[in-house]
Design a protein around this ligand. Structure first.
Ligand SMILES: [Zn+2]
Length: 254
């Protein structure tokens, strides 16, 4: 396979490739798949994005927002950051799970809250202790699948793109997003292409997307409450450093 579009076209079994990316939080679209989405958009693919939560549990980079910022205000800021990053990457349309049209028909909007996480090992996240029945992981997977199927019915993607079962770095919401994409793909009879969590992982087809560097950096900078870009690397709010995501490993699993 020479490029990601061909891989998605082969999975789609159709020359018209309309991928729907399933992500967990605002910023994941850019941090995890920014170069892939930007490359596809630059190559005339209509890229659709579903984000499952509004990132309510994200820490805030010091000094970016006033200390008086409320939880509700942070949600609106992160929605705005997501919208600007999506525009920068060239994404055609962005949706949030639980909000129509990504909501089962006949039901009122509901919000799936960020489940939070804590580090359980170097670079590996595990569940946080949050007592909230509305988190993405505490909510019914069946309800979430029904909401995603409503979106699929509306926008008719040709292929779903999601995390592999490692969920990038183990964040419980990323693992749930993988399960959601897998269940929904099965129910809708759609192919599912997963994105490798580990750089260079075996069993994936790898693509160099470094020509998207400037677009990715610009999109990352939209997420100023969560990260900064210093000396060509991402510095997350928690202090972790990460290389720019300028390649993607993909494989079809369904
Ligand atoms: Zn995330």
């Amino acid at each position: 396979m020479t490029n990601p579009r061909e891989l998605l076209a082969e999975a789609s079994e159709d020359a018209t490739v309309v991928p729907l990316f399933v992500h967990a939080h605002p910023d994941d679209e850019t941090v995890q798949t920014g170069s892939l989405m930007a490359w596809l958009a630059a190559n005339k693919v209509e890229v659709q994005l579903l984000t499952c939560t509004r990132g309510e549990q994200g820490e805030i980079v010091a000094g970016v927002l006033p200390e008086s910022t409320t939880a509700g205000e942070l949600v609106r800021v992160r929605e705005d950051e997501l919208a600007r990053a999506a525009q920068t990457l060239g994404i055609t349309a962005a949706y949030v799970l639980g909000t129509p049209p990504a909501r089962a028909v006949g039901h009122q909007r509901r919000d799936y809250h960020d489940s939070g996480m804590r580090w359980i090992a170097e670079g590996l996240a595990g569940p946080a202790e949050i007592d909230d029945p509305q988190t993405f992981t505490a909510s019914s997977l069946d309800d979430e699948v029904a909401d995603l199927l409503a979106l699929i019915d509306r926008i008719r993607p040709s292929v779903l793109v999601g995390y592999d079962r490692l969920g990038s770095y183990g964040h419980p919401d990323h693992v749930r997003a993988h399960e959601l994409a897998d269940e929904a793909a099965q129910a809708a009879g759609l192919p599912l292409v997963e994105v490798a969590s580990e750089p260079g992982a075996d069993g994936f087809e790898w693509f160099d997307l470094s020509d998207q560097r400037s677009t990715v950096v610009a999109a990352l900078r939209c997420h100023a409450t969560q990260l900064s870009v210093v000396d060509g690397r991402i510095v997350h709010v928690g202090g972790q450093h990460q290389e720019l995501p300028l390649s993607a490993g993909l494989r079809r699993i369904r």
